[in-house]
Write a protein that binds this ligand. Sequence first.
Ligand SMILES: Nc1ncnc2c1ncn2[C@@H]1O[C@H](COP(=O)(O)OP(=O)(O)OP(=O)(O)O)[C@@H](O)[C@H]1O
Ligand SMILES: [Mg+2]
Length: 409
Amino acid sequence: MPSFCEKYAPITLNMLIGNRNQIDRLINYGAEVQSGKKQRPLLIYGPTGTGKTAAAHAFAYSNGFEIIEFDASDYRDAETLQKRLLPATTSRNLFGSKVIIIFDEIDEISARFDKGIEGILTKLFRESKSPVILTANDYWSRSLVFLREYVERIEFKKPSAKDVVSLMNNILAKEGISMDKATVDIIANRANGDVRAALNDLEAMVDASPELLEHLGMRDRKVETFAVLDKIFTSKKLASRSVALASGIDKDMLLKWIDQNIPVRYLSKKDVANAYSVLALASRFNNNATRTNYYGYLRYSNDLMSGGVSLQNTGYISTINPYLFPSVIRYLSTTKAERQYIKEIAGKLSPVFHVNKKEIVNGYMPLLKLMMESGESSYGKDETMAFMEKHFNLESDEADFIKERGKNQ
Ligand SMILES: Nc1ncnc2c1ncn2[C@@H]1O[C@H](COP(=O)(O)OP(=O)(O)OP(=O)(O)O)[C@@H](O)[C@H]1O
Ligand SMILES: [Mg+2]
């Protein structure tokens, strides 16, 4: 059965909610293209779930174009892209219909940046007879600088909660489902302009448990995260899975939270060990999903990280200590100057340990901190510092920084 998002994806540009002026521009652009005028490619950018990809598709349907679409998996290297582009560069396909070339999530090229890709794209922009639409989250992304002089940009903003509510009500009416106004409002507010999230929540609500209803009342993502963690760590049943799944928390993020907090909640060493094994498995499925683009694997990782972790609970838990923020969030909550400094130190340590900077920050710095603490209590400060300098090339203020970091968190 198609999801609400699929089933109610807009077919015409006017079916999109929000972004009135932007939609009008797209409609005009269509008319200009139809009149045979060569147009600059369009770059639609803005927050997730606001309808960028949907708009590109609706544009194509409305103008009778056949879609040739590229996504993140095509931006890995120039050769793949070139190969896939070949059939697209003639303006009509085999059967004579007109084509539009869509580069979805073009900012993904930053990940594994291949310089050749820039050249291929700019050449296409200059020569293509077919219209080109690109979508991205962040126009200011450094990987998109080369695009700026070529494209006309359209910024999508988050649709208002009011617009989201009316879209949801339309869908409810078509589905013949009644839902109380308060719940519809909560879902719309919680989505905060992410229409995809709103429609997914709406769908989940259709046969929701009281647990889920209660859960949806919590709009603040942090509170929500804590509530989900509570459910996972205090329950001994698989049921925690439904709460985790229904929450709007990003599953990768949730995995990091669980990772950080297993030892905070579970007291028995055996439970901790078992919970980590299950989590490791969850993480493996997660990785497989991204690597193979087969998202069916997420079903297993979601179940393992939530219900799977709950099942390891043999009853020895502590609820005294507050949850720890995952180290990634801790890192992001530090100031920019601090982050810059951390990066510099990580850059220095990276060749020493032969791991990347991220690994240094998340994995090695906490260990170095521990080393220094225990070194100082056994050998004194000077000796410890001399050791850090000799072996890791660290200067004293850098060592102090590592030691002090994260003290108040
Ligand atoms: N403005 C909108 N009007 C109507 N439906 C929308 C709108 N935005 C999103 N949707 C619904 O949400 C689904 C997902 O939206 P879409 O894929 O277009 O988001 P996006 O902006 O491309 O997000 P991302 O940045 O994550 O790629 C659509 O298929 C549609 O069902
Ligand atoms: Mg998209």
